[in-house]
Design a protein. Structure first.
Length: 375
């Protein structure tokens, strides 16, 4: 009995003959075989390849030396195919940090025992240019947008997890994108398979933000117009998110135009300094996160020469740095049109000063009329 090289580990398991094993062949000599009797041996082999599975049996009768009795008992290979499915988990990238993406590679064995191993697994991944890859799970390698599973087989019913970190290449911008993942693999006989792929997304968590708001409230309750000498109250309000992610104090500067006279300045949070018409308000990030108010009471100029113009008050905070080294600015302003209460009217009043006693003048009389003119 001769068997191909794809069959290995031959082992006798039964029979009334004891053949010798020589390479890929069992052979035995039977001295005599009486009529009605049977001689046999039974052995097992292990399938080690998808090819070279021949198994031939032959016998020669010395009485008929030119005749060989043969039988082809080659086994039929019933191959269990793999069933690879992948599920990807989306990644959230920490501010000024990394995010971990996980891909579950499952060789689904349903019903149990119906599937075979997958080999030479690779995951083709379209990695966007705004992130870099690091910290790949042990047992996997990555090169040229391809993740390779280094162990040859994934047995049926087994799941392998690929995890890797995504790091933004630019920390001071929101980073997001999608990664298309397409698996390719072979079965145990190196036949190629391309099961369905999947898409995973990633995005940065919300970054810290800073903004500034300013309002101006006139005693006349008009939004855009004030009058000479009118009281105007300016309110400055910062807004900061994620105070733990800032490394600097929030310094707000407001230089109030000379057209206003500064009165009361009030705030319950932070510290402020005044140099002439310039106010400097300093807050810690935690204080600024409370969105406090700084109120400045002013009085508009009463000089008529200042009327007829737009007056703008602007506040700003500059070069505020986050824990990631990102520098941010913010500003706000409010404008009013300054005018007087109304335009001046001139009225002329004339009165005759030398009116004759008779109450009039004679025709051709040489007396000149004198007038008193009042405005």
């Amino acid at each position: 009995s001769q068997f191909g090289t794809g069959l290995i580990e031959p082992e006798l398991i039964d029979g009334n003959l004891t053949p010798e094993l020589n390479g890929q062949r069992f052979q035995v000599r039977i001295d005599s075989l009486p009529g009605g009797e049977t001689r046999f041996f039974k052995y097992s082999v292990k399938v080690n390849e998808c090819e070279n599975l021949e198994l031939d049996v032959g016998a020669i009768n010395p009485c008929e030396p030119n005749l060989t009795y043969t039988d082809d008992d080659s086994p039929k290979l019933l191959l269990k195919q793999p069933n690879i499915k992948i599920i990807a988990e989306n990644a959230t990238i920490q501010y000024c940090g990394k995010g971990t993406m996980k891909i579950n590679v499952m060789n689904v064995d349903e019903p149990q025992g119906s599937r075979g191993p997958a080999s030479n697994l690779k995951l083709n991944a379209s990695i966007p240019s705004n992130v870099s890859i690091s910290n790949i799970t042990e047992g996997w390698t990555y090169a040229n947008d391809v993740f390779s599973y280094d162990t040859r087989f994934i047995p049926a019913g087994e799941t392998q997890v690929l995890a890797f970190d995504l790091t933004p290449k630019a920390n001071c911008t929101n980073t997001s994108g999608t990664i298309m993942i397409n698996p390719v693999h072979d079965n145990i006989c190196n036949d190629p398979f391309t099961p369905p792929g999947t898409i995973a997304s990633y995005s940065s968590e919300a970054p810290p933000t800073v903004s500034l708001n300013m309002t101006g409230s006139a005693s006349g309750e008009e939004n855009y117009r004030i009058f000479l000498g009118e009281e105007v109250v300016f309110t400055i309000t910062p807004k900061v998110t994620f105070p733990e992610k800032w490394q600097d104090n929030i310094i707000i500067t407001d230089t109030i135009p000379d057209t206003f006279t500064i009165g009361d300045i009030n705030t319950t949070v932070g510290t402020f300094e005044r140099t002439d018409n310039t106010l400097t308000w300093t807050l810690t990030p935690d204080e600024a996160a409370l969105s406090p108010n700084l109120t400045v009471t002013t009085t508009a100029s009463d000089d008529p020469c200042d009327s007829g113009q737009h007056i703008s008050n602007s506040a700003s905070l500059l070069d505020v740095t986050t824990s990631c080294g990102c520098v941010m600015d913010a500003s706000a302003s409010v404008s009013f049109y300054l005018q007087s209460k109304g335009l001046a009217d001139i009225v002329e009043v004339r009165q005759i000063n030398n009116l004759p006693e008779q109450g009039g003048y004679d025709v051709c009389e040489s007396l000149q009329a004198e007038y008193i003119v009042q405005y």
